[in-house]
Ligand binder design. Structure first.
Ligand code: TRP
Ligand code: SF4
Length: 441
C-alpha cells in the first residue's frame, strides 16, 4: 500500500475529478480494464463496474480493456481464455456497459499499443520498478521469482492508459502506484519529446468495499465470491451458510451488524429502511439471522435478475457478442495507430518504417475498408472435412488476419500481404491454409 500521505493526495485529486466530471464530462477519457482470468463477481461490480457505467452515462469517453495479453503476468497458462474473454464481454453488458458508448476491446487485438513499451521503458529506472509495493505483493502471492514481465507490467499498463490518451482511471487503492508511474512516464515523455500524453489521475471508488462471503477480500480463488448473474440454486446455500455475528450463538442473543459478515451486503443491496429495521431487530434479538438471510437472498435475487436476463440473451447470440468485441477492437486499433504515428513523429523515427506515414495511413484505411466491405465469408470446401467459413478479422499495415470458427472458439491466423491482397488471391491462400490445418488435426 502507498503511504497514507500519498493516499490522501490521491483522494483529494480523485474528489476534484469527480467535481470536474459533473461539470465537463466530455473532457475526460476513462480507461480501465480487467484480466480475463475468471468470472467477474459482485466485488468487481461495486468496486469498479458500477463506476464505469456512471462515467459512461455521464458522457465521459469510456474505454474498457480486456487485458488478455497480461494474463501471463503471473500465470503459466492461458487455458479457458477464449471463454473468459467472452464471458467478460457478457458481464460488462449485463451490468450496463453500452458498447455504443464504451469501447470494449482486447489487448491482443491492438498490437500497436505495445509499441509504446520501448520508449516508456527507457523513461523509468530499475529501482523505480523494483520498489512498486503492488508488484512486490503480487510476486509474493504468486510464489514465483520476479519475472521481467511482472516487474515491468505497470509500464505495460501505462501503455494501456496512454495509447488512447486516457486521463482518468477508476481503480482500487492497490493500483495507485501504477497510476503514479503512468503520470511519471507521461511527464518524462512530454518533457523529452514534446507533449503527446495527458496527465492521468486515479478515480477512487466511493462505494465501500464489499467483502467476500467469509469476510476476507472477495476473490474467486478464495471461493467466497458471488458471480454476476449467478443462479439462485447456487447462491442460496452460500448465503444460508454464511457466518454471522459470533455473539449470536443462540437465537435470543442480541448481535451487532457492525461485526457481521452479512450486513455490508444489506448496506449495498437493501433499502435504508430495511437496514435500519435489521439493525434494530438484530441488536434486540427480535429478528433471527435466518430471517435476515432470507431478506438478503431476496435482495440479491432482485439485483441479479436483470443481469441474468441480459446474459441469457447474449449467450443465445454469440455472433452479436463477437461483433461487439470486433467493433471495439477496430476502434482501439485506429486509436493506437494514431497515437503511434504521433509518437514516431516525435521520436523522429518515421523513416524507420518500410512505408511512409502517409502510405501507412492509406494502408490502414484500406484495411479497415476491406473488413467493412468484405463479401460473404469465404467458404472453403475440402473433401472429407466440414465446410469452413473464413472471414477477414483485421487488417492493417502489411498484415491481414483471417479467422474461422464461431462462438467462443475462433481460430485466427495472420497472413502477410495485407490489404494489397485481392479476394481471389486471398481465397487461394485460405484454401492452402485450410488444407494445412486439416492435415494437422
Ligand atoms: N492490471 C489490471 C488488473 O490486473 C488490469 C489492467 C490492465 C488495467 N491494464 C490496465 C487496469 C489499465 C487499469 C488501467 O486488474
Ligand atoms: Fe448479522 Fe442479520 Fe444475524 Fe444481525 S441478524 S447477526 S445482521 S445476520
Amino acid at each position: 500500500m502507498p503511504n497514507e500521505n500519498s493516499y490522501e493526495v490521491a483522494l483529494q485529486k480523485s474528489n476534484a475529478i469527480r467535481e470536474g466530471l459533473a461539470k465537463t464530462p466530455e473532457k475526460f477519457t476513462m480507461l480501465t480494464g480487467d484480466r480475463p482470468t475468471g468470472r467477474l463477481h459482485l466485488g468487481h461490480y461495486f468496486g469498479t463496474l458500477k463506476g464505469r457505467v456512471e462515467l459512461q452515462n455521464m458522457g465521459a469517453k469510456t474505454n474498457v480493456l480486456i487485458a488478455d495479453y497480461q494474463v501471463i503476468t503471473d500465470r503459466d497458462t492461458t487455458e479457458h481464455i477464449q471463454d473468459n474473454v467472452y464471458n467478460m464481454v457478457m458481464d460488462y453488458l449485463a451490468c450496463g456497459i453500452d458498447p455504443d458508448k464504451t469501447m470494449i476491446y482486447a489487448h491482443s487485438a491492438v498490437p500497436a499499443a505495445n509499441q509504446l513499451m520501448l520508449p516508456f521503458l527507457s523513461l523509468v529506472s530499475e529501482a523505480e520498478l523494483a520498489r512498486n509495493p503492488t508488484v512486490k505483493a503480487e510476486m509474493e502471492a504468486s510464489g514465483h521469482e520476479l519475472t521481467g514481465l511482472l516487474l515491468t507490467y505497470p509500464v505495460h499498463q501505462a501503455c494501456d492508459i496512454l495509447f488512447c490518451k486516457g486521463n482518468v482511471v477508476p481503480v482500487g487503492r492497490d493500483q495507485l502506484p501504477h497510476i503514479e508511474l503512468t503520470r511519471t512516464i507521461a511527464r518524462r515523455f512530454n518533457n523529452r519529446y514534446g507533449k503527446v500524453f495527458p496527465e492521468v489521475d486515479a478515480l477512487l471508488s466511493e462505494t465501500p468495499l464489499l467483502p467476500g462471503l467469509d469476510g476476507r477480500k472477495m476473490s474467486k480463488s478464495y471461493g467466497n465470491s458471488i458471480a454476476l448473474g449467478e443462479e439462485m440454486d447456487e447462491l442460496r446455500p452460500k448465503i444460508q451458510n454464511m457466518l454471522t455475528d459470533p455473539k449470536r450463538a443462540r437465537r435470543k442473543d442480541p448481535g451487532d451488524p457492525a461485526t457481521c459478515n452479512l450486513f455490508p451486503y444489506h448496506q449495498l443491496l437493501s433499502s435504508q429502511q430495511t437496514c435500519e429495521e435489521i439493525t434494530a431487530g438484530c441488536t434486540t434479538a427480535s429478528i433471527g439471522c435466518f430471517d435476515c438471510k432470507k431478506l438478503l437472498i431476496d435482495a440479491l435475487d432482485c439485483f441479479l435478475q436483470p443481469m441474468r436476463e441480459r446474459r441469457r440473451a447474449l449467450e443465445a447470440d454469440p455472433e452479436r457478442l463477437r461483433a461487439i468485441l470486433e467493433d471495439g477492437n477496430r476502434k482501439a486499433r485506429a486509436e493506437a495507430e494514431q497515437t503511434m504515428a504521433d509518437v514516431r513523429k516525435r521520436l523522429l523515427t518515421t523513416f524507420a518504417n518500410t512505408h511512409s506515414l502517409a502510405l501507412q495511413q492509406t494502408m490502414f484505411a484500406m484495411g479497415e475498408a476491406m473488413i467493412a466491405e468484405q463479401p460473404e465469408p469465404l467458404v472453403v470446401r475440402l473433401p472429407g472435412a466440414p465446410d469452413r467459413r473464413w472471414r477477414i478479422a483485421a487488417a492493417h499495415g502489411d498484415c491481414l488476419w483471417v479467422e474461422y470458427g464461431s462462438g467462443t472458439t475462433v481460430h485466427r491466423i495472420l497472413i502477410d500481404g495485407g490489404p494489397a491482397h485481392t479476394y481471389p488471391a486471398l481465397r487461394e491462400r485460405i484454401a492452402t491454409l485450410a488444407e494445412h490445418i486439416d492435415a494437422h488435426r
